[in-house]
Design a protein around this ligand. Sequence first.
Ligand SMILES: *[C@@H]1O[C@H](CO)[C@@H](O)[C@H](O)[C@H]1NC(C)=O
Ligand SMILES: *[C@@H]1O[C@H](CO)[C@@H](O)[C@H](O)[C@H]1NC(C)=O
Length: 442
Amino acid sequence: PPPGWVSIGRVGPTESLSLTFALRQQNLQQLQKLVQDVSDPGSPRYVGGLHRFPRASSLQQRPGPKLDLEESLSLHMGVTPAVIRERYNLTAQDVGSGSPNNSQACAQFLEQYFHDADLEEFMKLFGKSFPHKNSVSRVVGQQGHGRAGLEASLDVQYLMSAGANISTWVYSSPGRHESQEPFLQWLLLLSNESSLPLVHTVSYGDDEDSLSTAYLHRVNSELMKAAARGLTLLFASGDSGAGCFSGPKGHLFRPSFPASSPYVTTVGGTSFRNPFMVTEEIVDYISGGGFSNIFPRPQYQDEAVSHFLGSSTHLPPSSYYNASGRAYPDVAALSDGYWVVSNHVPIPWVSGTSASTPVFGGLLSLVNEQRLLNGRPPLGFLNPRLYSMQGRGLFDVTQGCHEACLDEEVQGQGFCSKPGWDPVTGWGTPNYPALLKALLDP
Ligand SMILES: *[C@@H]1O[C@H](CO)[C@@H](O)[C@H](O)[C@H]1NC(C)=O
Ligand SMILES: *[C@@H]1O[C@H](CO)[C@@H](O)[C@H](O)[C@H]1NC(C)=O
């Protein structure tokens, strides 16, 4: 078993176990070429396990910092939609205007359900300053009737207040697949539908090393298909920094999947420099980031990653990571100190890249709205365009490092942010008016 797991004996003969059988995909190189063509803004075309172990949910409530009462004028008491909209320069007019073909979705797993009543209460408390919807347009799959989950509540509430007044769907894939998220099941559901939301956010992930290589490649092929269809898929980068794997040969950083897929846009996390004020952002030390051990570095990020590796003065020892792998995250947003309403209770200090991901996704839906109004196709797979923008439209996050192995060699520190792209906060956080400008043309 992987580190931290102990075999406690044979499984009883009556225990049931679900297995996945999937057909090996053919002609993937042609698909790869198609994704390149449809996602490159310069291109003239637009087409329209048995060995896996669960990972505990990483979304957490961190204790808030102590408030210095002398500073208590013009302070906020945690991140709310108003704080998000202020920091990212959204006006009350930056909302969906009812474009019929625009919609967004978040995917829920691990028996996480949202409650309509929580969304209503959240909007009553925090949605006064901007037009928004008070209910989800469609739930695909089964919504259980149990207690609301914090993750599901957070995703729905922030997707719908960043991508405000945009029709929102929730994909609900309950049940476990070999004890983890049934990502493949969800992706096959998407592949089976002809008309579906343009932007999907997913705040779930697993350690790459906990999944079989065959499964990783099979899920990656589905992600590639979604990119070829022009869908924008965002994944949280994870909440353990560079992560840590304690193997027989010592420590390694531990990448997260699907964050490490080259066909998704991965979102890291930041904090305000002053936690109680709307200030510039610094690294949130939990922000997941690093290099895939499975997927090689895609061409679109070659220059950015080479530049980072070539110009960093404090890189961790090279034995800890695979410098030639797909590097992530691609972008970031605030991930620290959110208010969420769950089971009728407003809960403060909810933190994680689970929060930054729906926020970034909602903003991309607002960009799609403007693109559609201007007769342009939706953004589709963002990364080739994003890397060609070289940080235009984003606030560069240049201060702070994320966490990693607590050993003598790296002493708890993974990578550090610096000007330009870095594997902690990607290209940075959205400055909406500038991002819209950069993403409107061509
Ligand atoms: C919000 O969306 C609805 C359609 O769902 C539209 O009729 C309304 O005008 C939009 N509100 C704003 C302020 O654009
Ligand atoms: C795919 O869609 C068809 C038609 O709606 C439905 O009958 C079928 O069950 C779906 N398959 C999956 C795997 O969702």
